[in-house]
Design a protein around this ligand. Structure first.
Ligand SMILES: [Mn+2]
Length: 439
């Protein structure tokens, strides 16, 4: 697979630059060892925690397994230290597919400690989640996750190679098949559990293979942003489904949310959903090179204010609702985040390779992306509008609560809320919606 080879070549250039940046007490590093991570266990138990390999390791290799290592040294083919312990409790075999395996010199070992003899006297840095593992291999403490290198790598992760974009597209194609099946299940009376299982089956996916825990919320539960349960009770009278669910392909996750209503749902809520669908696509169209991501966030709040006024859910002007933060009560999260090997990908607040941070606006501390958009970036656009009693009720007796039509809000609490989320690529041509192209 030529695209993967090109991807590895791009990574090679990045890692060379990252190494060039590092110099501490006049010492340079000659090589980097990138670790997938260690298997974790629950306290006082032999049951293991579901393993998720570290992002910078997955960037090189689509093998989601503990204690695998990439050894990068400039001018040398990257080495994959493939650790395959002898074990009859678990399947430890790893199948090397030529499309990725050809890009590495593969050294198969039975135990992590055997790596040490390959490192010899080289000054090797360690990139990974487990310091004690690094120490076992003989890495100097000062060379574990050197800040300058991590900042550089985190920052660059936002720019996807054509190989990565292909993985993200495929992850979207699969997710859309799942969303279509979930919608059908809901319209035919399925409960949260059944909708969840239908989604998983349509994506041909196990829970541990999914990029994040599916959010499958009916009616009032749609107002809980990360609602994590799956109710099995009778749901034939449910009016609203909010499902936030993705798929993972070679480590790359999609992150897609759809809201569906039945014909019999509250008229105002149906209009709100129609408005949110349009609004979301307007926001996607804004995502051009040179735009600061927080501008899209502010536009979302403004447009939601307009929509709430148009539908008589709020009174006044969109400017007033922004100023009084009433809009924020209806969308209390950021409009999206960087996407890739992690669903909330790294480097969202970083402004440069040296780690300078631009924090999110103080009224939306959960905005996970404050970067300026440029070609190759992939992120989500996910405006939402919710009826959250916890946020709205205290305003009933307050001055700014006068801007809210409480009679209508009381009727809409049972509908929960709306979120519409697509995955977006900034391309040469401007914007590419990685999600809607499969619908
Ligand atoms: Mn998301």
């Amino acid at each position: 697979m030529e695209l993967f080879q090109k991807h590895i070549r791009s990574l090679t250039v990045r890692y060379q630059r990252a190494l060039a940046l590092y110099r501490k007490n006049d010492r340079a590093l000659e090589a980097l060892l990138v670790h997938s991570g260690c298997q974790l266990y629950y306290f006082a138990d032999d049951r293991s925690v579901c393993f998720q390999a570290y992002g910078h390791y997955l960037h090189w290799l689509p093998i989601n397994r503990p204690d695998q290592f990439i050894y990068f040294s400039p001018g040398q083919k990257p080495i994959y230290f493939q650790i395959v312990p002898e074990d009859y409790w678990y399947d430890q075999s790893i199948k090397n597919a030529s499309w990725w395996a050809d890009s590495f010199q593969i050294i198969r070992l039975g135990a992590v400690q055997e790596i040490a003899k390959y490192l010899l006297d080289a000054e090797v840095g360690y990139i990974g989640p487990n310091e004690s593992r690094a120490a076992e291999i003989g890495i100097d403490k000062s060379a574990i996750n050197p800040e300058a290198i991590i900042h550089y790598l985190d920052y660059q992760r936002a720019y996807k190679t054509p190989y990565e974009i292909n993985q993200l597209k495929e992850a979207n194609r699969l997710a859309i098949a799942g969303h279509a099946a979930a919608r059908y299940c809901f319209l035919n009376g399925g409960n949260e559990y059944q909708i969840h299982m239908t989604y998983m089956e349509a994506c041909n996916m196990l829970e541990e293979e999914s990029p994040y825990t599916n959010i499958v919320a009916l009616d009032e539960k749609a107002a809980i942003l990360h609602y994590q349960r799956k109710r099995r009770n009778n749901s034939e009278h449910s009016q609203v489904l909010l499902i936030d669910a993705g798929c993972r392909v070679n480590g790359y996750g999609s992150d897609v949310t759809r809201t569906t209503v039945k014909e019999s749902a509250h008229e105002s809520f149906k209009s709100l959903l129609a408005g949110m669908e349009i609004l979301e696509q307007e926001l996607v169209a804004m995502a051009n090179p040179g735009v600061n991501y927080p501008e899209i966030h502010l536009a979302a709040l403004y447009k939601i204010g307009q929509l709430l006024i148009e539908l008589d859910i709020c009174h006044g002007s969109a400017e007033e609702l922004m100023k009084s933060h009433v809009s924020h009560l209806f969308m209390p999260h950021g409009v999206g985040h960087l996407l890739g090997l992690q669903v909330h990908d790294v480097g969202g607040h970083q402004q440069s390779i040296n780690g300078a941070i631009k924090p999110p606006p103080s009224d939306t501390p959960s905005l996970r992306n404050t970067r300026e958009l440029s070609e190759g970036m992939v992120f989500t656009i996910e405006p939402g509008c919710y009826f959250i009693p916890f946020l709205l009720e205290p305003e009933r007796s307050q001055e700014r609560g006068k801007a809210i039509n409480w009679k209508l809000v009381d009727e809409l609490y049972c509908c929960g809320g709306i979120r519409v989320e697509d995955n977006v690529l900034v391309s040469e041509a401007g914007v590419e919606n990685l999600t809607r192209q499969f619908e």
